[in-house]
Design a binder for this molecule. Structure first.
Ligand SMILES: Cc1cc2nc3c(=O)[nH]c(=O)nc-3n(C[C@H](O)[C@H](O)[C@H](O)COP(=O)(O)OP(=O)(O)OC[C@H]3O[C@@H](n4cnc5c(N)ncnc54)[C@H](O)[C@@H]3O)c2cc1C
Length: 285
């Protein structure tokens, strides 16, 4: 895998951090902006680092313990001053810490370099918790789930607090057997590990009634776009029944993705709309 960082991306980083849009009340409503401290970190597998981070006043903000909330790390200038979004896998209110799983994806990138230099006691600026999407209301229907290594933490947090009566199927595209095996088991939900990197067309083709399910998915942007289009466009599912999000894009840094998001967001604000009105997967990234 190649390192796609360039001066454009680095310039974009400062724009992302200083833009009035990303500093606006609309963008940061309910977010805690502060400095976190690294309590511990360990390689759970060669593909996965688990970082425990202490958050000041964590107990004062109930959103930290909600299923599937995200945190944005503001890395320092050693890492291009890049900002990167990760999922809170779990939060410990008593200890005031959160657990974040970082997939080691093999590129030379700000987050991978950050991991390589990490020491206990290091600090990092953050913004969070930002609530992300849960499994849609099922109304008695099955759920179908599509995840990759980067969304295992989100799925972990969701299933950890899910209704035990949830039924359905899910496919997790990862080579990390251990990370997959840690996912909570629910009696009515069958999760299957599949090979990463090829998309979910084969799995989509096996669904007997794709118009009678709710959908949760997160992972590579183009793969998720195809999943969403299958349910929304080909099978007519309603918007609220399909919670599918792109977490990263093959061959594109998240700095570049965030720059394009920022432009769309600035345009939305100028038209009197909010961050909540943006359809991320519809952006031409
Ligand atoms: C809401 C949300 C929650 C997320 N939660 C998590 C999480 O809990 N754990 C997690 O590991 N990631 C998570 N991600 C994804 C993570 O933010 C991206 O993978 C991010 O791009 C990594 O930053 P980087 O600096 O390492 O790579 P970048 O600088 O963004 O990219 C450098 C190169 O690496 C490639 N790349 C980036 N990520 C991957 C990957 N996963 N696999 C293969 N190639 C990749 C890019 O395509 C690019 O070519 C989440 C993203 C979002 C939006």
């Amino acid at each position: 895998m190649t390192d796609t960082h360039d001066t454009r991306a680095a310039t974009g980083t400062s724009q992302l951090v200083t833009s009035p849009a990303t500093q606006s009340e609309d963008h940061n409503r309910g977010l805690q902006l502060g400095t976190a401290t690294i309590e511990s970190f360990a390689d759970v597998t060669p593909e996965l680092a688990r970082v425990v981070v202490s958050i000041p006043d964590l107990a004062a903000e109930p959103n930290w313990v909600r299923p599937n909330v995200a945190i944005r790390f503001y890395l320092d200038e050693r890492f291009e001053s890049a900002t990167r979004v990760y999922t809170v896998r779990s939060a410990n209110v008593v200890a005031g810490t959160i657990e974040v799983d970082v997939v080691r994806h093999g590129a030379t990138s700000p987050m991978m370099l950050w991991l390589d230099t990490l020491k206990v006691g290091d600090t990092v600026k953050f913004g969070g918790p930002r609530p992300h999407f849960d499994i849609p209301e099922t109304g008695g229907r099955d759920v179908v789930i599509f995840a990759d290594a980067t969304s295992i933490p989100a799925l972990f947090a969701i299933l950890d607090q899910a209704d035990q009566g949830l039924t359905g199927r899910g496919w997790v595209a990862t080579s990390d057997e251990h990370a997959f095996s840690e996912l909570p088991a629910l009696p009515g939900l069958t999760l299957t590990r599949v090979a990463p990197g090829t998309g979910f067309a084969d799995e989509l083709a096996t669904l007997p009634h794709p118009d009678k399910v709710v959908v949760w998915g997160a992972g590579e942007r183009d793969e998720m776009r195809a999943v969403r289009s299958f349910f929304r466009n080909d099978n007519g599912l309603a918007k609220d029944d399909v919670a599918v999000f792109g977490y990263w894009r093959r061959g594109t840094t998240n700095t570049q993705i965030d720059m394009q998001r920022l432009q769309a967001y600035e345009a939305a604000l100028a038209e009197g709309r909010s961050v909540h009105d943006l359809d991320d997967l519809a952006l031409a990234i």
